[in-house]
Design a protein around this ligand. Structure first.
Ligand code: SIN
Length: 300
């Protein structure tokens, strides 16, 4: 029996009573989708999953996107990416610095990212407290609290999002192992343009769809106006009042809605404190489609 326990924060809920080793029935899938539309970040605790089971669960929501480098995938389930600071035989077993600043995954592709599904395999702890939180900011609340004149100003606007913006920022950090992207890698991820205001495909709620990780410029305005708009929006959307920190526990599966949130991974642990996450990155190819909407959203 599925039970929802909302967080105190503006977003987030725990779902009890699901064992993701079993295929999700239609009623449970519909309930998870609606909870996602309402809470945007969902925790499913105590899951003991083979990566193939994580991929099978994630695939229900849409197509799974693999990494641009083609590296750090699970050998037995290539759709599952590995995020980790663990080094074996001198080699990182996963991406060591994934997502360590505010961003929205896959905003830089023509088909936006829909959800991230992370399974916590190893969580660093110090003095009994988990480290390596993932922090979220609620972009429904960010939109709702914009002054009316700003809502009107941004309604017709689009922004260009570029994968290279975040990559370069991370590569510039001291000790980064990220090489510059090759022309072939850049060609695989050309910039994409999206409206700043998105109607959420599950809830219909307006969302501020813009993020400091990838949004490079506002289209069709001068560089000065673009910088002015982005500067305002980036400061607005990162306010603490919109934020929620997820404190990981081993076995957590965390699903979060890229369309409704920003997130950042907190790098407050050392190389001697191992963190290992399995990740499936699900695209918004299905969720906007009329068939999906009819089957899973209208019929509820
Ligand atoms: C990510 O941005 O996908 C990584 C989040 C995390 O590892 O906490």
């Amino acid at each position: 029996m599925l039970r929802l326990e909302p967080n105190a924060a503006t977003l987030g809920a725990t779902i009890h009573g699901l064992d993701l080793r079993q295929p999700l029935g239609d009623a449970a899938f519909r309930a998870v989708l609606h909870a996602l539309g309402q809470y945007a970040v969902l925790r499913l605790p105590n899951q003991q999953l083979h990566p193939r089971q994580l991929a099978a669960f994630s695939r229900r929501f849409g197509h799974i996107q693999t990494s641009v480098s083609g590296r750090y995938h699970h050998a037995e389930a290539p759709e599952v990416g590995i995020l980790s600071n663990i080094v074996e035989n001198g080699v990182n077993i996963g991406i060591p610095d994934a997502g360590q600043d505010w961003h929205t995954d896959m905003s830089y592709t023509a088909t936006r990212g829909f959800i991230n599904v992370l399974h916590a395999i190893q969580v660093p702890t110090r003095n009994g407290r988990p480290l390596g939180d993932t922090r979220f900011a609620d972009m429904r609340a960010a939109y709702a609290t914009l002054p009316e004149d700003w809502k009107q100003r941004i309604e017709p606007l689009t922004a260009t999002h570029d994968f290279n913006v975040f990559w370069q920022n991370m590569a510039a950090r001291p000790g980064s192992s990220r090489p510059p992207l090759t022309p072939a890698e850049r060609a695989k991820r050309p910039p994409a343009t999206h409206p700043l205001v998105l109607r959420h495909p599950i809830s219909g709620t307006p969302v501020l769809y813009c993020n400091p990780g990838y949004a490079e410029r506002i289209d069709g305005v001068s560089p000065a106006e673009s910088a002015d708009i982005l500067g305002y929006l980036f400061a607005h959307q990162r306010q603490p009042r919109f934020q929620h920190a997820h404190h990981w526990q081993v076995g957590d599966v965390l699903l979060w809605d890229h369309l409704a949130t920003l997130h950042t991974a907190v790098a407050d642990y050392t190389a001697a404190e191992p963190r290992l996450m399995h990740r499936c990155q699900v695209m918004a190819d299905q969720v906007f489609s009329p068939e999906f909407q009819r089957q899973w959203l209208d019929a509820a």
